[in-house]
Design a protein around this ligand. Sequence first.
Ligand code: LCS
Length: 393
Amino acid sequence: MDTKNKGFNTKLIHAGAFEDEFGSATVPIYQTSTFKFKNAQDGADCFAGKSKGYIYTRIGNPTIRAFEQNIAQLENGFDGIATSSGMGAVSTVYMALLAAGSHIISSDAVYGPARGVLEQDFSRFNVEASFVNTSNTDNIIKAIKPNTKVLYIETPANPTMEITDIAACAAIAKKHGLILVVDNTFCSPYLQKPLDLGADVVLHSITKFINGHADIVGGVIVAKDEKLYKQIRHSMVYMGCNMDPTQAFMVLRGVKTLAIRIERAQENAMKVAEFLATHPKIAWIKYPGLPSHPQYELAKKQMSGFGSMMSFGLKGGFAAGEKLMNNVHLALLAVSLGGVETLIQHPASMTHAAVSKENKLAAGITDELVRFSVGIEDVEDIIADLKNGLDKI
Ligand code: LCS
């Protein structure tokens, strides 16, 4: 079905799907590593790009292609590149767009390893990186150097919930000839479409909202045009961080309910945020849907909803946060986010452990910060669980 001009919910269910000879209602798992050519000439034509036939699953596979085309339509991009994990997507983008001697500017609060791989690994290949608070775009302009090639932002940022103005970043990137990459994991295309706001590349850990069920890891990149798409796909194929057909099947199943999952989760999140905001043991809370969030107006402008992620600090600092984490029972004490189940975790010692203490503090990832991913359970139960945990402090 041609879904190009259909609505978002129709795309979630049907975009990328294709008909097979059996009339399968879902895209089957093509669990094969390789594909038989019709004859020697067909094999040569496939490799030369003259035929669209499949060759080898690292290069392409029908189940994986269905997901790539699905997400490309959801993000309004040229095409998608599925990867083994979200970090596979991040590393592939760095590999494709950076070279020895080039410089990248990144949000200082990004998922820990997305920063760590630049500081600890790409630095060995003479790639320079600056980490700034991109929610103030003046910091970006000040960090630009003659060799800056990429501006990389995560918004809302993991785990500080800082919001960066995507359209303003796109204008800066355009003026200075930079490629703007947006990690859209915290929103998914249901709440935010970075390519429509002028970004060049968008990526996701599909482990989170897009798959939504905490049962696979995976990643995806969507490029706005053919040139960037080919450049990035080359790096994915050569580095070998492709998605697996079974992963693709799982995420094709998960993505169908993205909109209704997010609607319920963010409805719950607003109630949870309101409960926490007035609780006497809470020192501060950052949720984009509360007017107390420093970029509340920007969140309203560039996101179509406020999502289900929040961070907060308790009056007793880390000791109180630890007590809470050890005394909630419905919320799982686990990393990851964006699934149907509510999760709680401590970024400074868990997801952002890879970032030095000094850099964490500079980025606002304090010891007291607790991150909460609201699921789609009954909100009364989520709040009762938090209340019980807070009572123990
Ligand atoms: N980008 C963001 C914003 C993320 O939150 C994560 C993972 C990644 C990229 C990497 O994706 P992965 O390779 O794990 O699929 N974030 C995690 C987190 O906050 N807790 O556990 C993983």
